[in-house]
Design a protein around this ligand. Sequence first.
Ligand code: ADP
Length: 138
Amino acid sequence: MEQTFVMIKPDGVSRKLIGKIVERFEDKGLALIEANLCRMSETHAEQHYEALKDKPFFPDMIAFITSGSVFAMIWEGENAVRIARTLIGSTNPVEAAPGTIRGDYAKTIESNIIHASDSIENAAREIALFFPAGKIAV
Ligand code: ADP
């Protein structure tokens, strides 16, 4: 069964959107396997966003993602990676469709509420970074 990594960013946590966001994934039929409310270290954030390290916005993005608590989750189900990307919507909330999480709750690309892995390979990598002990579905 496919697993993906989803993370509510500090803006989503501070706006108290955890419940509404979890409900959307549950309503869609994915299964919550693991969740953790925690603060990312700078090292962890840099590893998580390694592919973007040469982008001009990288330092600001690391500062933002480590500025408060995040809510990290593993969701499981058939096509979980693609389904999660569809639920969160386009990276830039200006273009994100209404009905998607970013389309409904976010206004700017810097504060776009939520992350979801963009491939099966990145899901495995991001899950291992956050949940190194792993977790078997119950
Ligand atoms: P996604 O989060 O949709 O997978 P990316 O992996 O391309 O998108 O980017 C990671 C995060 O970096 C985005 O969610 C967004 O918060 C931030 N970001 C992306 N592009 C920009 C940009 N041009 N300016 C500022 N922040 C950006």
